[in-house]
Write a protein that binds this ligand. Structure first.
Ligand SMILES: CCCCCCCC/C=C\CCCCCCCC(=O)SCCNC(=O)CCNC(=O)[C@H](O)C(C)(C)COP(=O)(O)OP(=O)(O)OC[C@H]1O[C@@H](n2cnc3c(N)ncnc32)[C@H](O)[C@@H]1OP(=O)(O)O
Ligand SMILES: CCCCCCCC/C=C\CCCCCCCC(=O)OC[C@@H](O)COP(=O)(O)O
Length: 287
């Protein structure tokens, strides 16, 4: 077929998809999410050779390449990030970063603020997403098996040693799963055990609620603004395993309080529970 016809075909297809997306929110939702996944695949196709050529293999230095590619994604979805407190990442040496996790779209918010020398903890299933899994592997993502606490704990204790030796920060989603209910899930303790074992500070990062522009249950996915705040580091020097619960609670409360402020909603003490308890976040691999 002639290239001219191909271009026309592509233009007509895009127009058709655009009209469909405008007519039906559900179709628009699926198309936008599909486009996001496609962007991840295309970005990975670009990043894999770059990472291999420039850095040779699995290393945290690849995160810079990944970050710079992913930072362009937001323009395709009309998403804006307003970031406060970046200076709080400037701690000397390693640290544990903890943040709330609402959706697979979080990957954009993550890359928007990601400090140098920082890897994330992710569920091992993400390794099976083909080239996207490969780029995560090359970026140094630490994969854990959530179904086996024993093996997850073993991986995390190993991380406590290597992060200090190699001077890397580790980004953990302490809710342990995606949650877009407009509130927080209770925090799991792995991140805080890790911080105390390695005697490194915890840096909380909070993203405002997505519910005004993204909701898989009502098939909502429009443009929107996300406020991000990096809170001051919480020191763990001198703390022992007896202090894990207190540290977890302290981070949970500070972050939840900040979450409501950033989301422009009444403080948690003035309301009870999530305002949309039935928002479905999905238990499938991605959605
Ligand atoms: C260029 C284009 C590219 C485009 C493509 C993109 C590429 C981008 C690249 C890169 C971005 C990557 C983005 C990745 C994002 C991934 C996100 C996810 O996958 S989130 C899910 C996985 N993460 C977690 O689950 C962590 C949080 N979870 C924990 O930390 C848990 O605590 C865990 C898993 C370690 C254990 O899970 P439990 O369900 O058993 O949870 P508990 O209740 O905390 O633990 C049970 C008991 O064990 C103790 N415990 C936990 N950890 C311990 C430890 N290390 N040592 C000793 N005790 C420990 C606890 O204190 C608790 O005991 P007591 O109840 O207190 O008595
Ligand atoms: C042969 C494999 C076929 C699968 C092809 C899928 C192609 C993948 C394309 C795009 C993937 C986008 C990945 C973005 C990374 C975001 C990571 C993420 O946020 O994972 C969710 C996980 O934290 C929480 O898991 P659960 O909420 O517990 O569930």
């Amino acid at each position: 077929m002639e290239p001219g016809w191909l271009l026309w075909g592509a233009a007509v297809l895009l127009l058709l998809l655009h009209v469909l997306a405008e007519l039906s929110p559900a179709v628009g939702f699926v198309l936008r999410l599909g486009w996001y996944c496609l962007l991840c695949v295309l970005g990975s196709l670009l990043a894999v050779p770059a990472c291999l050529l420039l850095n040779g293999g699995r290393t945290v230095r690849n995160m810079r390449i990944i970050k710079n590619i992913v930072k362009a994604f937001k323009y395709f979805f009309g998403l804006k990030f307003e970031v406060k407190g970046l200076e709080n990442f400037e701690v000397e040496g390693p640290a544990i970063v903890v943040s709330n996790h609402q959706s697979i779209l979080d990957m954009m918010g993550l890359m928007e603020v990601l400090p140098d020398n920082c890897v994330q903890v992710g569920k091992k299933e993400l390794l099976y997403t083909g080239i996207v899994g490969l780029i995560m592997y090359l970026g140094g993502v630490i994969f854990i098996n959530r179904k086996s606490t024993t093996s997850a704990k073993m991986v995390m204790s190993e991380v406590a040693k290597t992060m200090v030796a190699e001077n890397v920060k580790v980004w953990v989603y302490p809710e342990g799963t995606r949650n877009c209910t407009g509130d927080f899930l209770p925090f799991k303790k792995g991140a805080f055990h890790l911080a105390i074992q390695a005697q490194v500070p915890v840096i909380p990062v909070v993203y405002s609620s997505f519910t005004s522009f993204y909701n898989p249950k009502t098939k909502l996915f429009t443009s929107g603004k996300i406020k991000v705040e990096i809170l001051p580091p919480i020191e763990t020097k001198g703390l022992t395993s007896d202090d894990v619960s207190d540290l977890t609670d302290r981070c949970y409360h500070t972050m939840r309080e900040t979450f409501f402020v950033l989301s422009g909603r009444p403080s948690p003490s003035e309301q009870w529970g999530p305002d949309q308890p039935d928002v479905w976040c999905g238990t499938a691999l991605l959605v």
